[in-house]
Design a protein around this ligand. Sequence first.
Ligand code: 1HN
Length: 352
Amino acid sequence: MNLVTPALGTLEELPADYREAMAARNLVPLWPSMRAFLPHGAPRPQTRPALWRYAEVRPLLLRAGELTPIEKAERRVLVFANPGHGLDGLHCTGTIYVGMQLILPGETAPSHRHTPAAVRLVVEGEGGFTVVNGERLPMRRGDLILTPALQWHEHHHAGTGPVVWLDALDLPLLVAMEASYAVEGTRQTARAAPDASATRYRRAGLVPFASLGARPGPYPLLRWPWEEVRAALEALADDTPRGAAVHLAYVNPETGEECLPTLGFSALMLRPGEELALPRDSASAVFHVVEGRIQAEVAGTGFDAEDADVIAAPAHAPVRLANRSAAEPAFLFRIDDAPLQRRIGIYERFGA
Ligand code: 1HN
C-alpha cells in the first residue's frame, strides 16, 4: 500500500490576527511542528558522531588542576559537549552526559547524592578511591564503578600524581524530567573491608546463599575490576569465531539485569586486525577506548581513536569498528541508553 503523506500547513499560512490571538492565550497549533517532533520513519538525532582525543583533553584537564582548586569546583570536570547539542546542554548524546574528572593527591571531592545516576571508568593514576554508601571502592585503570541514583558518594586520592576518570551520567534525562537535584552530605565513614567484587560477588555464577529467594537490594555490586573484565573477554575470544563480537555486558549479579535502570555498560574486545559491524540499534551510545588503536565509522563518519579517546554515536547510527593493530588486541567500553529504551518498550535492533 502506498501511503500518501501530504505536506502539513505552516504557521505563515495562518492569518496574523489568529496567530496573535493564540499566542496571547499560550496556544500553538500542532501541525506546523508535528513533523519536527515526530519525524517519519526514523528519529532525526541532534547528536552528531563525534570524537574527543585524550591527548587533547588531558593537558586542558591538568591545567584545570592548576587554575581551579577542588574547593572551587566540587567536581573538577571537563564535559564532552556534543557539537550537535551546543556547548551549554552538557549532552554527549541526547540522554548521556560524559566528562573527565581530575583529582590531585590529597584532594577530596565532598560527599553528596543526587537523582542522576553516575558511573566512573578509571583512565589513569594510582591511589584514587570512591566511597559509595560507606563502601570503599579502589579506582584502578579500567575499573567500572557505579554511583546509582541517590546513593551517597565522595572521591579521595591517597596516592601521588593525577588521577583521571571518565564520568557518565543520565543527567540529560533527569534535566528533561525536571528532576535533577543534589543534596550535600558529611564525610562518610568507610568500612575497612574490601569491596563486594572481592568478597560477596567474587565470581560470576556465585552469590551469597542467603540472597536466594530474598528480594535483592538494587545495587549489590558497585565495582567491576578491569583485570577481571579483560580476562573474561580474552577467554571469550578464545571461543568466538573471528568477525563475531567478543562483547560482554555488565549486569547486576543478583538479577542478571542491567546494572542501572537507565544506562547500560558493556566491554568489547577486537582481536588484532579484526573488523566488526555492530548490530544497528535504537540506542545512543558512547565508546571509550580502554586499550589499543581502533578505527570507527559512525553513521558514515570515520574516526581514528586510541587509548582513552571517546566517541559519541547517535541513536539508530550504524557503527563499524576495526582494530588498527595487527599485533595487539583493542578493548572498548560502551555506554548506551538501551536499558531505559527497553523499560519503556521502544528498544529495537535492526538487521544483522
Ligand atoms: C557528579 O556528582 C560527579 O560525583 C561527576 O563525581 C560529574 C556531573 C554532573 C552532575 C553531577 C561526581 C557530575 C556530577
